[in-house]
Design a binder for this molecule. Structure first.
Ligand code: CA
Length: 235
């Protein structure tokens, strides 16, 4: 069984207004997180690239390098650390721009400590659920490349939809664990609220995935149904 003890995440705060920076730092330390700080964009980017952090709180209006440029340069280096933007009230366009560049969430200033820590917890939970990322996997002689979204067995290519890749990877990343349909919904469809499927759709995805992955799809050995609970992946 997996232990429930959670390692405390390290959070990097990039903010130039000293009172806000101090307030955030105190609040997060009180919650038990490790905290690093940077008071301008340039230093923030450098710290984000060099240090291992689980989450970044990022102000947008920053000296030396603004928050948008920081997100964009950080993501260009294939860095997936989640970023929560600290945006000013009424700056709707900032949020949209930030999301487009690769931010994960935002809080609007002025925010309460309670609201901020709730967001931090939610974003960390989401990102920890998807880690560690599996890049490649071999199953029943099929080589899956989750980065290139390619699958082949011997010389034969096997076609999977992007969602099928996401689903398979999610199951592999949680192998041995019972995964509920609700967990799958949240993990795979969370950013696509308009196309959120029913749990029935998930079952259909599982059936399709078995047809592509399992030697005997009607007697699956890897993608198993756990009656009344969901699914479990076994090697
Ligand atoms: Ca600022």
């Amino acid at each position: 069984m997996k232990g429930k003890v959670q390692r405390m995440a390290t959070i990097l705060i990039i903010e130039d207004e000293a009172p806000i920076l101090t307030g955030l730092e105190d609040a997060l330390l009180a919650e038990g997180y490790e905290v690093m700080t940077a008071s301008n964009g340039e230093l923030g980017l450098k710290t984000a690239l060099q240090e291992k952090t689980e989450l970044i709180l990022l102000d947008i209006m920053l000296p030396k390098l603004n928050g948008f440029d920081l997100i964009s340069q950080f993501r260009q280096k294939n860095k997936t650390t989640p970023i929560i933007m600290l945006t000013a009230k009424g700056q709707e366009r900032d949020k949209i721009k930030g999301f487009a560049l690769g931010a994960d969430d935002y809080v609007t200033k002025p925010f309460s400590v309670k609201e901020l820590t709730a967001r931090v917890k939610a974003v960390l939970k989401r990102s920890l659920q998807t880690a560690p990322a599996v890049a490649e996997y071999v199953l029943e002689g099929i080589h899956f490349d989750f980065k290139a979204l390619k699958a082949r067995k011997a010389q034969q290519e096997i076609a999977l939809s992007p969602r099928e890749y996401d689903l398979l990877r999610y199951l592999i990343e949680h192998k041995g664990e019972v995964i509920s349909r609700a967990q799958i919904l949240q993990a795979i469809w969370q950013y696509d609220l308009e196309n959120t499927p029913t749990t029935r759709t998930i079952d259909n995805y599982i059936v399709k995935l078995r047809q592509k992955v399992e030697k005997k799809p009607d007697q699956p050995r890897h993608i198993l149904t756990v009656h009344g609970k969901g699914y479990r992946f076994e090697e």
